[in-house]
Design a protein around this ligand. Structure first.
Ligand code: SF4
Ligand code: SF4
Length: 347
C-alpha cells in the first residue's frame, strides 16, 4: 500500500540570502518587497512558513548591522562559509571594462589594495558559490532605465553579464523577476520557491526563455486588466481619469508580459491600468527604449472589439510579432570591452 508522507524535513537547516543592492538602481525593489504578503518577508525570516529552513537575510537596505558587521557576511559567502546561500542582485550591472581609472559601482574596500570592491567583482566572487541567483527588478534582469541608448556605463542585466546559459553550482539557471519596481508578491513567491528548491522540497523552477517564472509572466497585462470589457465594447478613454480602456492614451498592455493588473500591487489593490495608469512595459527586456515615447499609442492600438472579432487571427499574429520584438533586449547591452550605446561625450 502507498503511504503518504505528511511532512518532509528539509535537506538543509539554514539558508542565507545575500542581497546586493549595489547595481545601478534606486533600491526600489528592496523597498517594494517590504509590502509583500504572499509571503511577507517577515514570515520568511521569522520561521512562519511550514517546512522552510531557518532563513537569514543580508540586505543593506533592511539590515540592522552597518560597516564591518554587515560586510562580514559577504566575505564569509566568498570563503564558502555561508553555505548554502541564494544571491539576489538588484540594480543594473555596469561594465567596469569601460570605467577607466575610476569605477561605476562598488561596496566595501579591498584591504590589500585599499581600492573599492566593484559590483562586477562581487558578482564574480559570489556567483560560483551561490546555489541560485535571482535578479530583482528590471534593472538587474535586463538593464532597465540605466541601460538606455546613449548611456555611458554600458550597463546590462545579469544574464548579459554572466551569460544566458549560466548555471549555478546546483545546476540552476539565473532566475529573473522583472518589474520597475518588482511586484512584491511576485518576488517573494519566486524567492520562496527557490528556498524550497534549495532545501530539496520543490522541483525545478519553470522559467521561460527570458528566465522569468512561467506562471507569473505567461499572460499579458491586457488579459488580466479590469478595463478589458471596455476594450471589447470599443469604449476608449480620451483623457486620464475616465474609466474606459486606456489604449488610445498609450497603454501597451496587449503586448506586455505582466500579471500586475491581476495580482494588484499591495493586498490585491492597484495594478497600473486598473487604477488609471497606462502600461509602459516595465517588465520587458526591451524596456524602456522600445516603449518610447511612453505616451504614444502602441502599434495596432486602435483596433476595437468589432475589428478584433473580424480580424482576430491577424491581430493576434501581429501582436505576437510585436511582443517578440519587445521581449528582446537592445543590442548594446553586453559584457564586451566596447561601448556601443551611442554615448557621445560632450568634450
Ligand atoms: S487599459 Fe490597456 S491593458 Fe487594459 S484593456 Fe485597455 S489596452 Fe488592455
Ligand atoms: S502593468 Fe505595465 S507598467 Fe504596470 S507593472 Fe506591469 S509592465 Fe509595468
Amino acid at each position: 500500500m502507498k503511504t503518504i508522507q505528511a511532512h518532509r524535513e528539509p535537506d538543509v537547516k539554514e539558508i542565507h540570502i545575500v542581497w546586493m543592492t549595489t547595481g545601478l538602481g534606486c533600491d526600489g525593489d528592496s523597498v517594494s518587497i517590504t509590502a509583500a504578503m504572499q509571503p511577507s518577508i517577515e514570515d520568511v525570516v521569522l520561521g512562519a512558513i511550514p517546512g522552510l529552513p531557518k532563513v537569514h537575510l543580508h540586505n543593506p537596505v533592511l539590515a540592522y548591522e552597518v560597516g564591518d558587521d554587515f560586510m562580514k557576511w559577504w566575505y564569509m559567502a566568498e570563503r564558502g562559509e555561508l553555505d548554502p546561500f541564494v544571491l539576489v542582485v538588484e540594480g543594473s550591472i555596469p561594465n567596469e571594462n569601460l570605467s577607466g581609472e575610476g569605477y561605476w559601482a562598488a561596496m566595501g574596500t579591498n584591504e590589500e589594495t585599499g581600492q573599492p570592491i566593484t559590483t562586477n567583482e562581487w558578482i564574480d566572487r559570489l556567483a560560483p558559490k551561490a546555489l541560485a541567483i535571482v535578479g530583482a527588478g528590471t534593472c538587474a534582469t535586463y538593464g532597465g532605465i540605466h541601460a538606455m541608448q546613449g548611456n555611458p556605463t554600458g550597463c546590462m542585466g545579469l544574464a548579459d553579464y554572466l551569460g544566458w546559459d549560466w548555471k549555478s553550482k546546483a545546476g540552476l539557471p539565473i532566475v529573473n523577476v522583472p518589474g520597475c519596481p518588482v511586484q512584491p508578491d511576485n518576488f517573494m513567491e519566486t524567492l520562496l520557491y527557490l528556498l524550497y528548491q534549495v532545501a530539496g522540497l520543490a522541483p525545478m523552477i519553470p522559467l521561460d526563455d527570458k528566465l522569468r517564472p512561467k506562471w507569473l509572466f505567461g499572460s499579458t497585462v491586457h488579459e488580466g486588466c479590469d478595463r478589458g470589457g471596455h476594450y471589447e465594447q470599443g469604449r476608449f478613454a480620451s483623457e486620464y481619469g475616465q474609466p474606459e480602456c486606456l489604449v488610445k492614451l498609450g497603454c501597451w498592455g496587449p503586448v506586455v508580459n505582466c500579471n500586475v493588473p491581476k495580482r494588484g500591487w499591495m493586498a490585491g489593490i492597484g495594478g497600473c491600468p486598473n487604477v488609471g495608469g497606462i502600461c509602459i512595459g516595465c517588465t520587458m527586456p526591451g524596456f524602456p527604449d522600445k516603449f518610447m515615447p511612453f505616451m504614444n499609442p502602441p502599434p495596432g492600438s486602435y483596433v476595437s472589439s468589432a475589428g478584433s472579432m473580424v480580424y482576430g487571427g491577424i491581430i493576434k499574429a501581429l501582436r505576437n510579432i510585436t511582443q517578440r520584438k519587445l521581449n528582446k533586449e537592445p543590442h548594446w547591452r553586453h559584457n564586451r570591452k566596447e561601448l556601443t550605446t551611442g554615448y557621445k561625450p560632450k568634450h
